[in-house]
Design a protein around this ligand. Structure first.
Ligand SMILES: Cc1ncc(COP(=O)(O)O)c(C=O)c1O
Length: 463
């Protein structure tokens, strides 16, 4: 039931006016209702509270409410609060009839298995280490607010990258963002213009974050293709690449091809935006240096901005990420971030620093690796799945277009959420259809159930 509109309602009473007080109150309520400040069916304060609040007699308020009742603005029923007539149309149209959104459940529905890449997984917000870090941050004075990120958080991220990614980063070159997409958008705000080369297929979220740009897709369906790079070289001012975990197959670009990519970027004066998605997790044995490090180490004159995110290692609910840049572009990004203010709450930044510092994320990543190994074992155990292409951390099941739609709908009806393969493609040509699953999102027994369901629905039921 909606609560009574607050006593802080903007009602003005003028004691010096020639207009009687009840009439003034009536006029004020008419205005508030007709301008949509008060919504249909919203309770209004009782005459007793209203009179105390405005410092007028209760009788005055009762007279005004009675008049508003006669006019059809208010309705009152025995033993219930006087409220705005629920049958009134809202002044600002249906959309302004704001109801508070339903309160989210304290725990996500147990029966939903979310296998979409970038979603699901176990919720870190319930982890004791994360909760401790969060509580500690509330007791910590964050100190002066640094729009680039609190020094403790930037230092903790540099340490995290050193120990888990094997890359040495100066904390001064780190700028906090609310995720990879935010990092890319910051570049645009900082003045990056011209067309942007994007991988095709690629992570749809990144493409959607750039719809106001001229995008030049380049084919990476069989890996990064140098002929494609030559084609787009003269056309773009920047490229966004995911050399560590290319969507959807999760392929990693080997070091020799990274060096060639950087050479091409230097030659064509193209800024490389490196989305190093999922790299610290090191789900593979090999660790390939970042483009950012390689460009510096080998003295290749390519400009690289490195974007990273905690949205998958942690959860998108914490909206935390970072970018790494130096030189003139780093200064431009820092100026822009300074003008905009912090990317996310300094309280959260302190919590993140403390969580990273306590080894919470490192332990979480180890659990993730164990879970991936268990998921691989389940995959081997359930047997063949028609159309399965499996390379990295995702399972891609290729189908035709109609079957992809049917599969996603039928799986969703059984509480299993998967991503669309086609969503990774820019444009309509050469689009491949099917579904994409991040199998390590689920614990073995749940994954087993989900994969058996996929087998049933694709006509490949296990014996
Ligand atoms: C390649 C890639 N980059 C970035 C992200 C995450 O982006 P953000 O940090 O903006 O949520 C994902 C999520 O699945 C991804 O697949």
């Amino acid at each position: 039931m909606p609560r009574a509109a607050g006593l802080s309602l903007p009602i003005e009473i003028d004691r010096d006016s020639a207009m009687p007080l009840p009439d003034q109150l009536v006029a004020e309520f008419r205005r508030l209702i007709s301008t949509g400040v008060l919504h249909p069916d919203e309770p209004v304060p009782s005459s007793r509270r209203m009179s105390a609040h405005l410092g007028i007699s209760r009788g005055t308020v009762e007279t005004a409410y009675a008049q508003l009742g006669v006019e059809g603005y208010l309705v009152s029923r025995e033993r219930s609060a006087t409220r705005v007539n629920p049958d009134l149309p809202t002044a600002l149209g249906e959309s302004s009839r704001r109801r508070p959104p339903p309160t989210p459940p304290r725990r996500p529905a147990r029966d939903v298995i979310d296998l979409r890449p970038g979603f699901g997984g176990d919720n870190p917000l319930r982890e004791p280490a994360f909760r401790r870090a969060w509580r500690d941050s509330l007791d910590t004075d964050p100190g002066p607010i640094d729009p680039l990120g609190q020094p403790g958080a930037r230092w903790a991220i540099a340490e995290h990258l050193r120990l888990l990614r094997g890359t040495k980063v100066d904390p001064e070159d780190i700028i906090l963002t609310s995720g990879s997409r935010d990092g890319v958008r910051l570049l645009f705000t900082a003045g990056l213009d011209g067309a942007i080369g994007i991988e095709n297929p690629g992570f749809p979220g990144l493409r959607q974050a750039m719809t106001d740009r001229r995008l030049v897709p380049f084919d990476v369906s069989a890996g990064l293709d140098e002929a494609e790079l030559e084609r787009i070289g003269p056309l773009v001012s920047a490229v966004v690449v995911t050399p560590n975990h290319q969507f959807p197959h999760g392929t990693t670009l080997p070091v020799d091809r990274r060096v060639r990519l950087l050479g091409w970027a230097a030659e064509n004066d193209v800024l490389v935006i490196e989305d190093d998605y999922d790299s610290e997790a090191r789900y593979r044995r090999t660790v390939v240096p970042t483009l950012y490090d390689l460009a510096v180490a080998l003295g290749i004159g390519a400009q690289v901005v490195h974007v990273g995110t905690f949205s998958t290692l942690l959860t998108s609910a914490v909206s935390t990420g970072y970018l790494i840049a130096h030189g003139p572009i780093g200064r431009r990004l820092a100026d822009t971030r300074t003008a905009l203010g912090p990317a996310f709450s300094p309280v959260m930044q302190t919590a993140l620093a403390s969580y990273l510092g306590s080894g919470g994320l490192r332990r979480r990543i180890s659990r993730g690796r164990r879970r991936l190994r268990a998921a691989e074992a389940v995959l081997a155990e359930v047997g063949p799945i028609r159309g399965l292409v499996h390379e990295g951390r995702t399972l891609v099941i290729e189908t035709d277009e109609a079957e992809a739609g049917r599969l996603r709908t039928e799986l969703a009806a059984k509480g299993i959420l998967v991503a669309s393969l086609a969503a990774g493609w820019s444009g309509d040509s050469d689009v491949r259809h099917g579904i994409v699953l991040a199998h390590s999102n689920a614990e073995a027994p749940v994954l087993r159930r989900a994969l058996r369901t996929v087998q049933e629905l694709t006509g490949q039921a296990a014996d």
